[in-house]
Write a protein that binds this ligand. Sequence first.
Ligand code: NDP
Length: 421
Amino acid sequence: MKGFEKYYRKSWPERLSVLEHENKLTKTEIQQLEKSALAPELGETQIENFITQFSLPEGLGLNFVINGKEYLVPMVTEEPSVIAGASHGAAIVKKAGGFTAESEQRAMRGQVIIENVSNVAELKKEIEDFAPALLQTAIEAHPSIVKRGGGPLQLVVRVLDHDLLSVDMIIDTKEAMGANMINTMLEAVAAKLRSDLQVDVLMAILSNFTTECLVTASCEIPVESLAKENLSGKEIAQKIVQASRVAQLDPYRATTHNKGIMNGIDAAVIASGNDWRAIEAAIQSYAAKDGHYRGLSTWQIKGEQLVGQLRIPVPVGSVGGSIGLVPLVQLNSTLRQEQDARELENIIASVGLAQNLAALYALVTDGIQKGHMNLQMKSLAASVGASGAEVSQVIKRLKKLPQQDAAAAKKILYEIRNEGF
Ligand code: NDP
């Protein structure tokens, strides 16, 4: 694989021709990569070893009323039912007046880890006394954020073990998620700690466990509005409360409960151009904040209302990273019409709660497959090669069969194509 040496230094056309010369892809397959690369110059600025752009479908989450304002929510996902579910959950809440959402403090945390400490209590005290100088060092490393009204807020020293300390800096990064600016500040702080206190620094980096960047979305739905077929609203509400309880008790169920919430959150975060791995890491670790992995949302009945709440960290930015670079990300922001990162946090948390409501409602009534399979059948038809009008014909016939799988879809497609012969 000699052609891949110094691959990162080659131009985009050179990288593609290596794939052909090394017999990895045919000429036709290379053309497919070229065709998929809608903005190669942008791709080359974003990542290394760029070969093409991988596209995912984007749709609109509808019916989101949050703090009295109605939003269109662009969502990027490859999974059928996610956008339908979020819009359905949001519609139930819209009828009840909409979501309430509030972003609390908006700050990030960075860590300088110190190793080989002989007396952790003594060094902790010494660093705490040195805090003003360390905060000043952080400011000098990235002064522009202070001009914007942000910057380092507080220094906290935590003992991790008999020989390990974490020097945590809480930083207001204003409209940015702030990973790069925090890392710049922390490296300066690490150098200061090494030179002035002669400590061994193991590493300096932000923490993705963003407990200082929390947002709470909630909703109150009149119980009677949940009634469906032979189930009363009260019965359905009680089952949703019971499902919420199970997700608090059992990590097997909690993981799936939270995956459902993240279906919507990831889709909204990707559309916003933010680092969705950072959001996933923050939210998933928050689910285990008390040492036991739990469901992120809670549902209770209060009087005649079903009350849902989702409190999670959503460390998104409205600037920074890819946000300013990708035109579609800007367009999505225009669609959402948010004023700032806090408003974006509110939207994302509300999407998570809507998604959760739709999933629980389906699970405790019809089961998840009824609604899901209608949409899955579209993918099934496409996956066996149906195109255009064939897709709806395949779905129509599939629905009549007891077994709705790829083999059945393939057989139907074959029959459709051979009818009339
Ligand atoms: P940037 O490095 O792009 O920095 C954002 C910049 O935006 C700031 O430095 C600031 O520049 C400018 N800015 C303009 N207006 C504002 C405003 N109102 N408030 C704040 N800043 C403003 O992005 P981040 O520092 O946010 O870092 C995010 C990126 O880091 C993401 O791409 C992420 O993937 C990546 N990353 C994530 C890591 C993790 O999560 N563990 C680790 C490392 C990187 P100025 O003040 O100079 O004008």
